[in-house]
Ligand binder design. Structure first.
Ligand SMILES: NC(=O)c1ccc[n+]([C@@H]2O[C@H](COP(=O)([O-])OP(=O)(O)OC[C@H]3O[C@@H](n4cnc5c(N)ncnc54)[C@H](O)[C@@H]3O)[C@@H](O)[C@H]2O)c1
Length: 344
């Protein structure tokens, strides 16, 4: 039986890998993305080619619609033209630090854009709306691990506030219009073809260019790094099962998806540097100490992220498990091939 899914942000890091997975599972995937230049759009075009190649092999299909979620008429037309069974909203202005200087981009894509998706789901009912939230909603919470039942009323960046707002908006639309909606709080996602604005990718770029990397909060940060395939596995499982009434009359749920193994930033950098050498991106004997500098905390950053994934495991029998070293090695291998760099 043919099923159609809308994946917004399909040229993005997670959206592309999710789309490639879904075409292999016989879904007809309609991707939607404005392919903006927040980071190198070349990598987004390459991801689109990767999904198209997967669709050429797989039983499903892929078609990308280029457009902006803020264009309400376009989003409405998109939903009117297709009968989407499922919508996965991943398009957003991502990144915490960028929100300090470019707050409007977050209001546009994350609030107005998400509102347009909700309105379209209201007028063209879907079986399940799945959308990306973020671990950043936990703000400066000190109780770890972070659990879905923790209070999340104190975001420390506008990005985090928009993601929390998405959860609230989804609940209201779920309750009012019977839209089954699941929010997924992703924890620092990394992997091949990842986002060049994220720390691990920038570290690789800087070290390759012989520069010095800045390790914030003097290295005293812990992050729950989650491999992209683990995120895709989680999303694919969640898509298949819309939530039951959460007790408020709304078919609504929120889940953490994270590795549940926070790593000290300095340990993370050590592992990254080691695999970059072992995979031939950096030369043997690279003097790492000379290329790192400890720096103070950045506005909007949090000291620790740590996912409690027991609710995900209870409901879907799944929890991410890729070891950091394995995931970073896949990234390093891809990086070396993609930039045709290396020392061997
Ligand atoms: N990668 C992570 O570590 C992480 C962590 C937590 C949450 N998330 C969330 O997961 C989702 C996917 O993240 P990602 O890492 O793949 O990011 P990404 O930036 O690679 O992908 C987002 C895609 O959305 C598109 N987009 C942005 N605004 C748009 C708009 N107004 N209209 C149409 N397209 C638009 C961009 O062009 C991009 O291709 C985002 O919602 C992000 O906030 C990601």
């Amino acid at each position: 039986m043919k099923r159609t899914v809308l994946v917004t942000g399909a040229a993005g890091f997670i959206g592309a890998f999710l789309s490639a997975r879904l075409v292999c599972e016989s879904w007809d995937v309609v991707g939607f993305d404005n392919v903006n230049s927040y980071y190198d759009p070349g990598i987004k075009e390459d991801r689109i080619r990767m999904v198209e190649a997967a669709a050429a092999e797989g039983p499903g299909s892929f078609r990308l619609v280029r457009g902006d979620l803020c264009d309400a008429a376009l989003v409405e037309r998109l939903f009117a033209e297709h009968s989407f069974d499922v919508v996965v909203n991943l398009a957003a202005q991502a990144g915490v630090r960028y929100s300090i200087d470019n707050p409007r981009a977050y209001v546009d894509s994350n609030l107005v854009g998400f509102f347009n998706v909700l309105e379209a789901c209201r007028h063209h009912p879907v079986k399940h709306l799945v959308y990306a939230s973020s671990s950043s909603v936990y703000g400066g919470n000190e109780k770890v691990p972070f659990s879905e039942s923790d209070r999340v009323d104190h975001p420390v960046s506008l990005y985090a506030a928009t993601k929390k707002a998405n959860e609230l908006m989804a609940h209201a639309y779920s309750k009012l219009y019977g839209i089954p909606a699941t929010g997924l709080r992703f924890f620092t996602v990394y992997g091949p073809m990842g986002r060049p604005d994220m720390a691990y990718f920038k570290f690789a770029d800087t070290l390759r260019a012989g520069g010095t990397i800045k390790i914030y909060n003097m290295g005293d940060c812990r992050r729950d790094f989650t491999y992209v395939d683990d995120i895709v596995e989680g999303v694919a499982r969640v898509i298949a099962r819309p939530p039951a009434d959460c007790g408020t009359g709304a078919r609504y749920a929120v889940y953490n998806i994270g590795n549940s193994e926070p790593v000290q930033l300095l340990e993370f950098v050590d592992t990254l540097q080691r695999v970059l050498v072992e995979e031939g991106v950096l030369p043997e004997g690279y003097d790492f100490e000379a290329h790192r500098e400890l720096a103070p905390m950045q506005p909007g950053d949090v000291v620790e992220t740590y996912a409690d994934c027991s609710v995900l495991e209870r409901d879907f029998g799944y929890r991410p498990a890729t070891a950091l070293e394995d995931g970073l090695r896949s990234f390093a291998k891809w990086y070396r091939g993609y930039y045709e760099c290396g020392v061997r």
